[in-house]
Design a protein around this ligand. Structure first.
Ligand code: HEM
Ligand SMILES: [Ca+2]
Ligand SMILES: [Ca+2]
Length: 320
């Protein structure tokens, strides 16, 4: 397989422009302000955690980390959030960003982008669920473009092959290691049946289940997800062992043939990614380190700086 070289120039140049202390003078209390919202939100509706982390991923992969995913559609222009791939993102995720932005605007008007707030909130939720607390680089501006039509080609599908995943991730400046570490976000959260149901009944048109699923796990999943006529709202946990805790159990599940999506299980089946799955499954600290580093890289995809390329929104849902 030919792996496209990451367009490192693009990514690193913007990367260098972000900094940990970007708001030290303009909004020194920024992280506490966001934390007060995320911690309360996590107590009141814990599903804000996984959904905000996913929101951040879907933002960064489409037009870069620029809060383009938060823009509301207008008549005649369908925005990213209403694209098919984003329709399962619960309102809670958008709600926490809106609340955090409102509080930040009250204390530090006009200086902090929605994109930075989303990056900080995603980190907070990782930590609140038991994951690592890593420092977040800041200095992103919000994006001017949000088009539903740009979404699907920039996001992975639940049945993408490892080749396809690699091609997509390297095109964003992310490595093989980053792909495996970031997929570890599936240590929390849930997926709707539609994303894995063909694995349970008709794998690649064989009318048989995917042979790489553990038989007991298969049976349990089939109980929740019938092939026909199931309830479309039913979800299954990504990590059957600790669905609410941000730990490295995800990688152990893959070794036990209990990956939920084809893309999860594929990371253990593919000889290129298997060694990384084994390594991260052995050592929680190693996973935390790899995940934090990969989140920093993901958080610097396509970052915009300044009025020429970006904007500073007051309301994250509308262009100023
Ligand atoms: C590697 C390719 C990936 C694929 C194919 C994929 C696909 C999916 C799918 C299909 C869902 C279920 C959505 C639903 O039914 O509601 C999901 C959920 C989720 N994804 Fe991924 N994902 C990938 C990578 C990532 C990355 C890189 C992150 C973050 C760093 C992430 C974080 C999450 C989280 C936290 C959830 C749970 C959301 C919830 O419970 O509300 N995923 N993903
Ligand atoms: Ca974006
Ligand atoms: Ca877990």
């Amino acid at each position: 397989v030919k792996i496209n070289k990451p367009r490192a120039t693009n990514v690193t140049r913007h990367h260098r422009q972000l900094s940990y202390d970007y708001h030290a003078k303009t909004c020194p209390q920024l992280e506490q302000l966001v934390a007060s919202v995320t911690s309360q939100q996590y107590r009141e509706s814990p599903i804000s955690g996984p959904s905000t982390i996913r929101l951040f991923f879907h933002d960064c992969f489409v037009e870069g980390c620029d809060a383009s995913i938060l823009i509301a559609s207008r008549p005649g222009s369908m925005a990213e959030k209403d694209a098919q791939d984003n329709k399962n993102l619960p309102v809670e995720a958008f709600g926490s960003i809106r609340k955090a932005k409102a509080l930040v605007e009250e204390k530090c008007p006009g200086v902090v982008s929605c994109a930075d707030i989303l990056a900080i909130a995603a980190r907070d939720f990782v930590h609140l669920a038991g994951g690592p607390y890593y420092q977040v680089k800041k200095g992103r501006w919000d994006g001017r473009i949000s088009m539903a039509s740009r979404v699907s080609s920039n996001l992975p599908r639940a049945n993408s092959t490892v080749d396809q995943l690699l091609k997509l991730f390297t095109s964003k400046g992310l490595s093989l290691e980053d792909l495996v570490a970031l997929s570890g976000a599936h240590t929390i959260g849930f997926a709707h049946c539609e994303h894995f149901v063909t694995r349970l009944y008709n794998y690649r048109g064989t009318k048989q289940p995917d042979p790489s699923i553990d038989p007991r796990f298969l049976k349990a999943l089939r109980m929740s997800c019938p092939y026909f006529g199931g309830n479309v709202d039913v979800v299954a946990p990504f990590d059957v062992t600790t669905p609410f805790s941000f730990d490295h159990a995800y990688y152990g599940n893959l070794q036990a043939k209990m990956g939920l999506l084809a893309t999860d299980q594929a990371l253990f089946l593919d000889p290129r990614t298997r060694p990384i799955v084994l390594e991260l499954g052995k050592d929680k600290q190693k996973f935390f380190q790899a995940f934090s580093a990969a989140m920093e890289k993901m958080g610097s995809i396509g970052v915009k700086r300044g009025r020429k390329h970006g904007e500073m929104r007051k309301d994250c849902g509308v262009h100023p």
